[in-house]
Design a protein around this ligand. Sequence first.
Ligand code: FE2
Length: 386
Amino acid sequence: MNLTANWNYPTNIRVGAGRYTELADLCRLMGIKSPMIVTDPGLADMPMLGKVTSQVRVSGLNCGCFFDIQSNPTGDNVEQGVTFYHDNLHDGIVAIGGGSTLDAAKAIALMVGQQRPIWDFEDVGDNWTRVDVTGMAPVIALPTTAGTGSEVGRASVITDTDQRVKKIIFHPNMLPQQVILDPELTVDLPPALTAATGMDALSHNLEALCSPFYHPLAEGIAVEGIRLVQQYLPRAFHDGQDIEARTQMLVCSSMGATAFQKGLGGMHALAHPLGALYNAHHGTLNAILMPYVLKANISVIEQRLTRLSRYLDLGKLSAESFIQWILDLREELKIPNDLAAIGIDDADADKVAQMATEDPSAAGNPIAFNSEQYRQLFVDAVAGHL
Ligand SMILES: [Fe+2]
């Protein structure tokens, strides 16, 4: 099958191997003469980034690289990027990296034109209407992992270090205007990160599907996104050079983030505080929490999971067989079964539970868990009591 295409939904997406070479043309198309490339330190020495920047420079554009993105980007991190943008007279942003980098880059693009502090734009009520849209920088996003789908999202997760909490910064115009999904940018991702990010994509599709709101468009996308994980995540994990699997997982990741406009749920409500408190990998957290959260919601989502078992063509058609599929997939991807295995204990269980109930993702959980229910869920996930 030819896996090259141009889409305009939910934004302009160019998908296909080698399409990162169209970056300079895209900058021109958008009127960007001096792009600021935002990327993470891990990519700074990668040949791929050198190829991208030299190609942009050869085409006559004046580009600068900002490498200082942390794995859980903070408000200070965004501020540093804003200063870099202004000091070097940039007029647009090219975000190349994993979810944290794309999130930070989108937040920088928002903040280069604002007078208020970033926390004034937290996704609460109608805070987003405070944004001065005229000052926002245009963004081109090139994901190098297949997980968060931040390239098609309208928000960024930024850590408030003072309060040790992850906040969602939202504005509809934070959706990048142009996206390149190029599997060649993901082939060097090691198996463990391929697994963790892929499971994040699965959690987005799954939580979106199970959230209680009315949104059949999102549900259609989510169901196929889950099937793509089934077919292609093990292949991408076992053979990183598998271009077809890498392409399909990038698309699956974008599908997950498109679908979760319908809402997320308990996996993310817990993964956000745990990421902020323990600096653990977001995808790994979701992967570990997944079966515990599904089981805790089973009374409400049993029919949906049974339907999924049919769509995935699992041997036995039931919610249990779907959960068993998740457990088998996790084992194949060498993801641990409990949070203790990644160094998390339950000493802070009350705090974690309270933060989970207050997390915006909690609103999309099929059952409105109270803090005692989140506490129990967390304690079970630490101990491996499924
Ligand atoms: Fe996520």
